[in-house]
Design a protein around this ligand. Structure first.
Ligand code: GLN
Length: 201
């Protein structure tokens, strides 16, 4: 972020999954939201959304596209990230029921269980009360990760039936649902504000 351009460039990791809808939400908020598929594109962003999709596939593609180490390094250096569903799994410190070769960035101190809501609840929708939002947020869960543990430094911003589903630590926010699949941009806006952008102000 420079003085001349106060609004951040929020990239969307676009190797696989629901990246296009994230880009739409961000563009609707007036931020530049380029798709990120290469190290050069990654170098040009101030923050990154890691979308939902399939975390095993994304982990594999990050490795074969030679992006995993660069992205891990940028995240370790403080790159703000918003990880949704598979993106939450990629940000988590500990992943249960993952594939043995699956890798994650360990950015946020949570333990998640892949597909942890079970077969009957493979997909569901619910209205969530979210910290600092006046009205509920309609959330779509699709083979969602189940948050089994949240470290003491994390803020729990929303829960579903007592289980955290939206968690933040510093400039890393993770959701076990898909905020991009509804036309409501409030969680993208919350992420952008959390990284210190004035956004529309
Ligand atoms: N909708 C999603 O992103 C599902 C995540 C998927 N179950 C995984 O393990 O990666």
């Amino acid at each position: 972020m420079t003085e001349a351009s106060p609004e951040p460039v929020v990239g969307v990791l676009a190797l696989q999954g629901a990246f296009a809808a994230h880009q739409e939400r961000l563009v609707a908020l007036g931020v530049s939201a380029p798709l990120v598929r290469t190290a050069e594109q990654l170098a040009a962003v101030d923050a990154l959304v890691i979308p939902g999709g399939e975390s095993t596939t994304m982990s594999h593609l990050l490795t074969t596209n030679h992006l995993f180490d660069d992205l891990k390094g940028r995240i370790a250096d403080g790159l703000p990230v918003f990880g949704t569903c598979a993106g939450m799994i990629l940000c988590a410190a500990e992943v249960l029921d993952g594939r043995p070769d699956q890798r994650s960035f360990g950015r946020i101190d949570i333990t998640v269980r892949r597909n942890g809501y079970g077969r009957q609840l493979a997909s569901f929708e619910t209205d969530l009360d979210v910290d600092s939002l006046a009205d509920p947020f309609h959330a779509v869960f699709i083979r969602a990760p189940f948050v089994e543990r949240v470290g003491p430094e994390c803020e729990i911003l929303a829960e579903h039936e007592g289980v955290p589903v939206l968690v933040r630590h510093e400039t890393c926010t993770v959701a076990s649902f898909h905020p991009e699949l509804t036309p409501d941009g409030r969680l993208h806006e919350m992420f952008i504000r959390s990284i210190g952008s004035p956004l529309h102000e």
